[in-house]
Design a protein around this ligand. Structure first.
Ligand code: F6P
Length: 255
C-alpha cells in the first residue's frame, strides 16, 4: 500500500478510469516487460478481482495466453465445489497447448472448484467443416453459453507479437500492417481506434457479443502492451482493465 501511494498509483488508476471511460482500472507497481515478478502480481490482482465478482450460477469465459495461465496459477485451490461454469471464450487460436483457452479454462475451473466445458474444434479446419461442427447440437449449445457468459476475462496482445507467436503467414502479417493493426484480443485484431481490422477463423465470442456481457475484464501489462491496450479498450465493450505501471504510464503518454 505504501509503495502504491508513494508512486501515486491510486491517482493514476482514477485518471485512466476517467480518460478511458472504464468502471475500474487496477494497476500493480512495476513493469512486467522488465521484471517477471510484476506479471505474477498482475495475475494475483486479477485472481483476487475475479473471486470477488463471481457468484453461484455464473458462466466465466476465459482466453489463453501466458498472463491468463498465470492467473490460473495464482488462484488459491478451493476446498468446496462452486456452481460456476468456466468455458473458453474462443476455440483454438494457434497457441501452444498449455496456453490455449481450453487449458486455461480447465485449470481455472479446477482451482475454483467449478465445472468446465471445453470447445474441441481444431484451428485448421476449413470453413465448411467449421459450419458443420457448429451445427452439432452440443457444440451449438456450448457456443450459446459462451456468448451469454456473465464474465469475460481476456488477455491483450500486441498485434505484431501475436501474429509472430501464432505463425501467421507473411501475407497476413503484411495485411495487418497495412491496416495498422496494433492490438489483439480473443482472436480479433484492432487498429488504434478500436476497429476490427482482421479476424481469425476460430469459433466462439464475437466482437458484437461483448457489450451484452456484464463483466468484461481485460488484463495485460508491460509497456509493450500500452498501444495494444488502448486499441482493445477503444472498442468500447470493456468494463475493467487490470494492468501494471509500465503499461499505465505509457498509455497516458500516448492518449
Ligand atoms: O491467444 C490468446 C490470447 O489471450 C490473445 O488473445 C492475447 O493477445 C494473448 O493471448 C495474450 O498473451 P500473453 O498473456 O501471453 O501476453
Amino acid at each position: 500500500e505504501y509503495l502504491r501511494d508513494f508512486r501515486g498509483i491510486s491517482q493514476l488508476e482514477r485518471e485512466l478510469e476517467r480518460r478511458l471511460v472504464l468502471k475500474r482500472v487496477t494497476i500493480v507497481p512495476g513493469d512486467s516487460d522488465l521484471d517477471p515478478t510484476v506479471k505474477k502480481e498482475l495475475a494475483r490482482a486479477t485472481a483476487q478481482y475475479l473471486q470477488g465478482i463471481l457468484q453461484a450460477g455464473m458462466t466465466l469465459a476465459v482466453t489463453g495466453g501466458t498472463t491468463l495461465a498465470e492467473v490460473a496459477e495464482s488462484l488459491p485451490p478451493s476446498r468446496d465445489p462452486w456452481p460456476i461454469t468456466v468455458v473458453p471464450a474462443r476455440g483454438g487460436l494457434g497457441e501452444e497447448v498449455e496456453l490455449q483457452a481450453n487449458s486455461v479454462a480447465a485449470r481455472i475451473a479446477q482451482r475454483l472448484g467449478a465445472q468446465y466445458r471445453l470447445l474441441h474444434i481444431p484451428d485448421d479446419l476449413g470453413e465448411e467443416a467449421v459450419l458443420a461442427l457448429q451445427a452439432e447440437p452440443r457444440i451449438r449449445e456450448l457456443l450459446d453459453q459462451i456468448k451469454r457468459a456473465d464474465v469475460l476475462l481476456h488477455g491483450i496482445g500486441s498485434a505484431e507479437e501475436m501474429a509472430r507467436r501464432r505463425g501467421l503467414p507473411a501475407e497476413t502479417v503484411r495485411l495487418l500492417r497495412k491496416r495498422r493493426a496494433v492490438g489483439e484480443a480473443f482472436g480479433f485484431y484492432f487498429d488504434r481506434e478500436g476497429r476490427v481490422v482482421y479476424t481469425t477463423s476460430s469459433v466462439g465470442i464475437r466482437q458484437e457479443d461483448v457489450p451484452q456481457i456484464t463483466h468484461v475484464v481485460a488484463v495485460g501489462g508491460g509497456r509493450s502492451k500500452a498501444e495494444a491496450s488502448l486499441s482493445v479498450i477503444s472498442t468500447g465493450g470493456q468494463d475493467v482493465f487490470i494492468t501494471d505501471e509500465g503499461a499505465a504510464r505509457t498509455l497516458l503518454e500516448i492518449l
